[in-house]
Design a protein around this ligand. Structure first.
Ligand SMILES: Cc1cc2nc3c(=O)[nH]c(=O)nc-3n(C[C@H](O)[C@H](O)[C@H](O)COP(=O)(O)OP(=O)(O)OC[C@H]3O[C@@H](n4cnc5c(N)ncnc54)[C@H](O)[C@@H]3O)c2cc1C
Length: 509
């Protein structure tokens, strides 16, 4: 493995636990806020009037909070009007992006280190309108070609099944991701049959359970499938299905906040740099290393503030490259000249009704063209989609849905594979951005090879929501233990982009 950060003269490896405590904790959020908000100022010289004033303020605040919705409470907790209050000036770990990845990392760091690490999450849109985690289809599968992806999915299934234990908060309703355990069914033409077989062997050797089905077996099990052009199918027998991605995101976020992570509604707009003579990096003259020191964020009122950090993590989904560029990744010299190869790619999901379509026994089916569909409930409703060919990639300046794409590129394939889908009606649709890694369509996880204090968790290209629990745990291991402990994700580091060793995933949907 490449490792450019060779020596830190000050410490064996950069880890908040082996350095002196980085930053002092600030005072309690609520007490600061109360002081700031108290317009009904009592006479400070009179203790009785001061006590009465404080009690009456507390009572009014309590009454207001009891009548608020959860969302209003969250918003109030993060803002004073538009300006965040008790704004952190320093923290141990700053996470840019509060989607499923960022929230999972915040959850794992606080769960494992608790008060040992001050964790701040910067999220520019707390309504999550365009956030991929919320717009994802919530699918979980074991049918990948890379060991790392299979192992992360196996853990994803374990996490979802036990989410109540992981994420529930005492006194609040049990968190339930509404996991629907149904298999995926990958269909392969003659050209893809060998790969499907190879992948199935690997998946089963790692603990996933699936079955290869000949066209005859496919017809026996799923009589509604037209097997023309199909050589082989692979059907998942356990730990596959779909779930509600919003519940996963909000469950991770709420638990992270409960454990003490601080979410700030602001946009990351730049880094401040600092020379650090204690660190030597190959290719950089001794004493000349310049690292990341502070993050500049723009609050919702347009004010800019800086937060000093020991460690920064880029988990900004489809916009991760914007953050990387702020750190001169892709624009700097040497190793920094290699850009983060992550960009937004728009993906449509169409919801349709087909009165005579297949029922309960409908796996999430993937045609050899990559067109997929699955049941949505039991009343003849389905969702479907397809990743476009490069020439058909839509513009990414909006999230509008192209209905013609369904008519021209998806419906003919659906109708060919399932005769009943000849009769269907599109009821609704949505679009979201894949955080597409154009190098090899896989996550980029771990420390940046140049910066001693920058980690990446991005580029998952359509399979990130199911991997969020495993990635959060993995990043917490790198920071707390200094290495991967549970699943070795070394091969998914940024190094592979520099050494031009793609980790290609055969099963991209
Ligand atoms: C249509 C669709 C279907 C999908 N289906 C599946 C599926 O079935 N299974 C699966 O596993 N995956 C699926 N995915 C992929 C999955 O949604 C993503 O891989 C995953 O949600 C990525 O999570 P994230 O936290 O990295 O990104 P996001 O969820 O996008 O979160 C990133 C956050 O960063 C914030 N941010 C960005 N820039 C800044 C900034 N400058 N300052 C502060 N905050 C910033 C954003 O507001 C956002 O909230 C799908 C994706 C799409 C679009």
């Amino acid at each position: 493995m490449l490792r450019r950060v060779i020596i830190s003269r000050a410490s064996s490896h950069i880890n908040p636990f082996c350095c002196p405590r980085f930053y002092p904790q600030t005072s309690n959020f609520h007490s600061t806020k109360q002081l700031k908000h108290d317009s009904n100022k009592p006479d400070p010289a009179n203790p009785i009037s001061r006590t009465l004033g404080a009690l009456s303020y507390d009572f009014r605040q309590l009454k207001k909070r009891l009548t608020m919705s959860q969302a209003e409470r969250e918003l109030e907790d993060n803002t004073e009007g538009d300006v965040p209050y008790d704004f952190p000036k320093q923290c141990d770990v700053i996470i840019i992006g509060g989607g499923a990845m960022g929230s999972s990392i915040a959850y794992w760091l606080r769960k494992r280190a608790l008060h040992g690490l001050r964790v701040v999450v910067i999220e520019k849109d707390p309504t999550y309108q365009k956030c991929s985690s919320v717009l994802s289809a919530g699918g979980l599968r074991q049918q990948f070609s890379l060991e790392e992806n299979i192992e992360m999915s196996l853990y994803g299934a374990e996490f979802l099944r036990n989410m109540g234990e992981y994420l529930s908060i005492e006194g609040e309703p049990q968190v339930d991701p509404q996991f629907h355990p149904y298999g995926y069914l990958f269909l392969a033409s003659e050209a893809g049959a060998d790969t499907l077989k190879r992948n199935s062997v690997l998946q089963n050797s790692l603990g996933a359970k699936n079955l290869l089905l000949t066209p005859e077996k496919l017809t026996q099990n799923f009589p509604w499938i037209n097997t023309d052009g199909i050589e082989l199918g692979c059907y998942g027998l356990q730990n596959e299905g779909w779930f509600d991605p919003w519940t996963l995101l909000s469950g991770l976020k709420n638990k992270a906040i409960h454990l003490g992570a601080e979410y700030i509604a602001a946009e990351a707009v730049g880094f401040e740099f600092k020379q650090n003579p204690n660190i030597e990096v190959s290719g950089i003259p001794a004493g000349q290393y310049v690292g990341l020191d502070k993050l500049t964020v723009r609050t919702q009122s347009g004010e800019e503030r800086s937060i000093q950090f020991a460690i920064a993590i880029i988990a900004a989904g489809a916009h991760s490259n914007d953050i990387a560029r702020m750190a001169k990744i892709g624009t700097g010299p040497g190793m920094l000249s290699v850009p983060l190869p992550v960009e937004p790619r728009k993906r449509y999901v169409y919801c349709f009704h087909s009165p005579d379509g297949p029922g309960l026994n409908t796996p999430l089916t993937i045609d050899p063209t990559g067109t997929y569909f699955r049941r949505e409930g039991l009343a003849g409703n389905y969702i479907c989609g397809r990743s476009p060919e490069l020439v058909d990639e839509p513009a990414v300046d909006n999230l509008e849905v192209d209905l013609e794409y369904f008519d021209q590129k998806i419906w003919p394939i659906l109708a060919k594979r399932v005769e009943a889908f000849g009769n269907l009606k599109v009821k609704s649709s949505w679009a979201g951005f894949y955080e597409y890694n154009k190098f090899d369509e896989n996550g980029i996880i771990g420390m940046h090879p140049y910066y001693h204090n920058l980690y990446l968790a991005t580029g998952f290209s359509g399979h990130g929501i199911q991997h969020a629990p495993a990635v959060g745990r993995a990043i917490s291991e790198l920071i707390i233990d200094g290495r991967f402990v549970t699943i070795d994700l070394t091969r998914l580091g940024f190094d592979r982009i520099i050494t031009l060793e793609p980790m290609l995933e055969a099963n991209i949907v």
